[in-house]
Design a protein around this ligand. Structure first.
Ligand code: PGA
Length: 250
């Protein structure tokens, strides 16, 4: 894994947006689609701000972009301000020229009897468009990627999951109390994520330092799902100095 350390999250986010912008511009030149795997949470917000700037100031078009989001709470209505559907539209999609038909976010309203089939179709759709070119990831304090909580298997596909207590605690401030945080979600699987051609995993701040150290150098184990990234051939880890503060890089 390549480790990139920046003085602050703004510089790290610019690095990530520049990488996406470069791939996208090259694909646009030859009219080829770019497939992006996208994340929610506080970590990627500045990346999305930078991408919006590139659209507005540099004429970077997202017309040929297809996106797949990592996860969505279940049950969850898209219009709910806590939905990841709402988050993505507020923080990125409403401000760029992406085609709504090219946006894929797990459906938090799908009937429970249809979830298994729906999840299979989500993975099939990714394969159908040629796979994910660049996957953006944050990391949970418990080592989750997407909502692949501790215990998630290396070969897991997109599926219905029960949220970890730690994850629900971390989300409680946006939901105004843990009792309002959904207990379940739909998430891309570890295997789905690892099929991406390139992965950019981002972490900012001291509270991510310990898990980043374990993720990069700890034993590969399903109890820390982010450790599975160690086996991927093309991962860029993008950190600010605080998130990198426990790494021994000599
Ligand atoms: P955060 O969440 O970006 O809000 O820190 C990351 C995650 O849980 O994946």
């Amino acid at each position: 894994m390549n480790i990139n350390i920046f003085e602050n999250s703004s510089l790290g986010s610019q690095f990530v947006a520049n990488r996406i912008g470069k791939v996208l511009a090259a694909r646009n030149l030859v009219s080829k689609p770019t497939v992006l795997g996208l994340a929610t949470g506080s970590t990627p917000i500045e990346v999305y701000d930078e991408l919006i700037k590139k659209y507005r100031n540099e004429g970077l078009s997202f017309k040929n972009v297809v996106t797949f989001n990592l996860d969505e709470y279940y049950p969850m209505e898209p219009s709910d301000v806590q939905s990841y559907y709402y988050f993505m539209h507020q923080n990125l999609f409403n401000a760029i020229d992406i085609q709504p038909s090219n946006v894929f976010i797990p459906n938090g309203e799908i009937h429970e009897h249809k979830i298994i089939k729906y999840c299979e179709q989500y993975d099939d759709k990714i394969a159908e468009v040629g796979g994910i070119d660049i996957q953006i990831l944050g990391i949970g304090a418990n080592g989750h990627i997407g909502f692949n909580e501790p215990g998630s298997e290396r070969k897991s596909a997109t599926r219905f999951v029960t949220l970890d207590e730690q994850t629900r605690k971390d989300a409680s401030y946006t939901f105004n109390g843990i009792e309002n945080v959904p207990e379940s979600a739909i998430t891309m699987g570890i295997d789905t994520i690892l099929k991406a051609k390139e992965i950019l995993i981002l972490a900012w701040g001291k509270r991510k330092a310990e898990i980043i150290k374990q993720c990069l150098f700890g034993e590969v184990t399903s109890t820390k799902p982010a450790t599975f990234l160690q086996a991927h051939p093309n991962v860029n880890v993008v950190l600010d100095v605080e998130a990198a503060s426990l790494l021994d890089l000599d």
